[in-house]
Design a protein around this ligand. Structure first.
Ligand SMILES: Nc1ncnc2c1ncn2[C@@H]1O[C@H](COP(=O)(O)OP(=O)(O)OP(=O)(O)O)[C@@H](O)[C@H]1O
Length: 220
């Protein structure tokens, strides 16, 4: 489904170049949940940015179903095939949960009518109660906001879902519920779910744990 082939990346700051990822190769399959772990600053978010088409590696390729995403076009790849739940969620807090999901459909150019009904269906599937679907997201709990952010990401029928530290601000019970949502998306809906996390519980729930250290990505 998604493949990193010899991916390297560096940043230059203060005139010095620092290699963050060194010749990383890894395949990601549909129907599986992956956890990317590693110490702070090891390059987890960088890896996510490259794999999700937000940035281009300095060397190597990111392939989606065999095609180089640079050739698909990063914008098209991001719009049609992948979605990301960012750490800060990026919700429009003055809007309701449903309006947030509908606006994501409009921004990404989702086709078809009945957007509101489709948004309600996605939110219901993710466990947001009907009464909460029509409240402003500002009034929702952290766990509910996280579900709305996932629903927004799923507003288009994407194949790959990325999440950056999705349980960082949640209590343990709510975090477990969100982890179950990711597992269900992988195992029941066949999505490829890639989660960057510091949490042992999230890592333990993944089908595969990938560890970043000194620019290399290793299993386990
Ligand atoms: N745009 C940038 N310009 C320069 N350096 C950057 C840039 N983005 C990230 N870095 C540096 O690259 C390194 C890897 O950052 P990254 O955010 O990928 O790590 P991380 O593993 O996600 O860290 P954390 O767990 O703290 O979120 C860090 O040293 C960071 O300061």
């Amino acid at each position: 489904m998604l493949q990193l082939a010899g991916v390297s990346h560096s940043y230059t700051s203060g005139g010095r170049k620092r290699m963050i990822l060194k010749n990383v190769s890894q395949s990601f399959q549909s129907g599986r949940m992956y956890a990317v772990v590693g110490p702070s600053g090891s390059g987890k978010t960088t890896l996510l940015a490259l794999a999700s088409g937000l940035d281009t590696p300095v060397a190597g390729k990111v392939r989606f179903r065999g095609d180089d995403v640079a050739e698909i076009g990063l914008g098209r790849y991001r719009n049609r095939h992948v979605a990301t739940v960012f750490q800060n969620l990026n919700l429009l807090n003055y809007m309701t949960a449903v309006q947030n999901v509908v606006s994501a459909m409009e921004i990404t150019g989702a086709r078809g009518g009945r957007k509101k009904q489709r948004a309600e269906q996605i939110l219901t599937r993710l466990g947001v109660e009907p009464v909460d679907q029509h409240r402003r997201t500002l009034q929702l709990s952290g766990g509910q906001q996280q579900r709305v952010a996932i629903a927004r990401a799923l507003a288009c029928e994407v194949d790959v879902l990325f999440a950056d530290e999705p349980t960082g601000s949640l209590d343990q019970d709510t975090a477990s519920e969100i982890v179950s949502v990711f597992q269900a998306l992988a195992h029941e809906e066949g999505k490829c779910v890639i989660v960057v996390t510091h949490s042992r519980e999230v890592a333990a729930a993944a089908d595969e744990v990938l560890r970043l250290r000194a620019g290399a990505l290793v299993r386990g």
